[in-house]
Design a protein around this ligand. Structure first.
Ligand code: MN
Length: 452
């Protein structure tokens, strides 16, 4: 694995790339197709006003990410945790594929998408932003960027690592690189909640087995992946604020308008025929990239209170953010509630946690619902905690105080009741029956529930 081109070739070879040949406009037209075909990897071959192609939905399926990284769902957490704990500093090279074309900034030449009706303008949504402190602490993270004019962007910065680096400059401009068109491993690394001081480029390089190379930007000591499709070099002005938003966030609702800093772009690098990478706000890719990298930490915290955690799923329906399904092997009827508390302390943005036994597939929501339907007593199995701190993205919370409510659901089978009451009856299947089944095929897929 190395860059987006390799990933696209693999998708094409395995028949997983949906090619769209009609010419479509970056204003609403492309996003309307992305929304309808959410979950697919899409290659738009003709984009109005743009000579290159556009790619969307790189990480809109969990399976696609796992196969791009060459890991199974079971080994994902150890792989991510290992990369976070053992980042490898990437090699720096003097130029790379992205340095093929170097231009003065004109953001209007880039086919940035306007996604939703109330959007204030075109938004870069798949860009990762890198910055460094004067003593060399590097951070790489996703930020949405609203195009203001030919050279300027508004950047949304939540109070995390980039915010801390920008604040530490004492108001002075901060050099940043903005990179687009990257392999899923780099996107996943940039989505990780690694501790401050750990460079997400190092995590990406570790995930890629040492394949990541960086180029140094001309305007300052800040780096960008050499095999990006497109890089914008610029200065972030922490004290120059403009209106940013409304923007559709992972909740699938419009986030509020805030005063946010401006980035002044000073140089643009791109491959000659660069592929513009798009990402649908509030879509599956957004939710999976927000959720999946948080699962290992929740897994670790839950593993501290119960001997075996099988899986953690931050469900796309729960916005990849608010809902966790955790399957555990419990030893005591109190274990599930302890796991619920561990999950809430691992991730303060979680609202609802459902704990199931290991006979339930945490990624099969029909099965999870079946466990809630047959194994839960509302007067015993709920844990409700009022007035807790919640995410600013939670529309149901008191957004001025940022407090809300967390609910845990113990959907495990109680030891006090006979286990067989909760079992799904099996029908013995003979070899003959298996041969018969294989020969007749099927008209309708079995439900997920009966696939257990
Ligand atoms: Mn960070």
């Amino acid at each position: 694995m190395s860059d987006l081109r390799d990933f696209l070739r693999d998708l094409e070879a395995s028949g997983e790339l949906l090619e769209i040949k009609d010419e479509l406009s970056p204003r609403f037209e492309i996003s309307s197709i992305m929304k309808e075909l959410d979950g697919n990897a899409l290659l738009f071959k003709r984009v109005s006003g743009f000579a290159g192609k556009m790619f969307a939905g790189a990480c809109s399926s969990r399976k696609r990410i796992l196969s791009a990284m060459g890991v199974s769902n079971d080994s994902l957490y150890s792989r991510l945790l290992d990369a976070i704990k053992n980042p490898h500093t990437p090699k720096t090279v003097s130029d790379g594929p992205v340095s093929e074309m170097v231009e003065k900034p004109n953001l209007h030449k880039i086919p940035v998408l306007t996604h939703f009706e109330r959007d204030p303008g075109p938004y870069f949504t798949s860009a990762i932003v890198a910055a460094r402190t004067h003593d060399g602490v590097e951070n790489v993270s996703f930020h949405r960027l609203l195009v203001l004019d030919e050279k300027r962007l508004a950047i949304r910065i939540v109070p995390r690592h980039l915010h801390r680096i920008a604040t530490d400059t004492g108001g002075k401009p901060l050099a940043v690189s903005i990179s687009l068109g990257l392999h899923p491993a780099v996107l996943l690394a940039a989505s990780c909640s690694a501790p401050y001081g750990v460079s997400e480029f190092g995590i990406a390089n570790s995930l890629m087995g040492g394949g990541l190379e960086l180029i140094e930007c001309e305007h300052s000591e800040v780096y960008a992946p050499a095999d990006s499709e497109l890089v914008l070099e610029g200065w972030l002005h922490p004290e120059t604020l403009v209106d940013e938003g409304p923007f559709v966030d992972i909740s699938g609702t419009y986030d509020v308008v805030r005063r946010q800093p401006v980035v002044e772009v000073v140089r643009v690098l791109h491959r000659r025929d660069y592929v513009y990478q798009a990402l649908l706000p509030g879509g599956l890719e957004h939710r999976i990239l927000m959720g999946m990298p948080k699962e290992p930490k929740i897994f670790e915290f839950a593993s501290n209170v119960v001997p075996r955690v099988k899986a953690v799923n931050l469900t796309p329906g729960g916005c990849g953010y608010f809902h966790a399904i955790v399957s555990i092997e419990k030893q005591n009827d109190g274990d599930a509630k302890n796991v619920i508390m561990a999950c809430f302390s691992a991730d303060p943005s979680l609202k609802h946690v459902v704990v199931v036994d290991t006979d339930i597939d945490a990624f099969n929501l029909d099965q999870v619902e079946w466990a809630i339907a047959t194994r839960v007593r509302g007067d015993e199995d709920l844990l409700v905690v009022s007035n807790t701190r919640v995410s600013s993205l939670d529309p149901a919370s008191d957004q001025s105080l940022q407090t809300g409510c967390k609910v845990g659901v113990d959907a495990t089978v109680p030891f006090t009741k006979p286990r067989e009451k909760f079992e799904l009856p099996k029908v013995p299947m003979s070899d003959q029956a298996k041969r018969t089944l294989a020969s007749v095929g099927r008209l309708v897929e079995r439900t997920d529930l009966s696939r257990r």
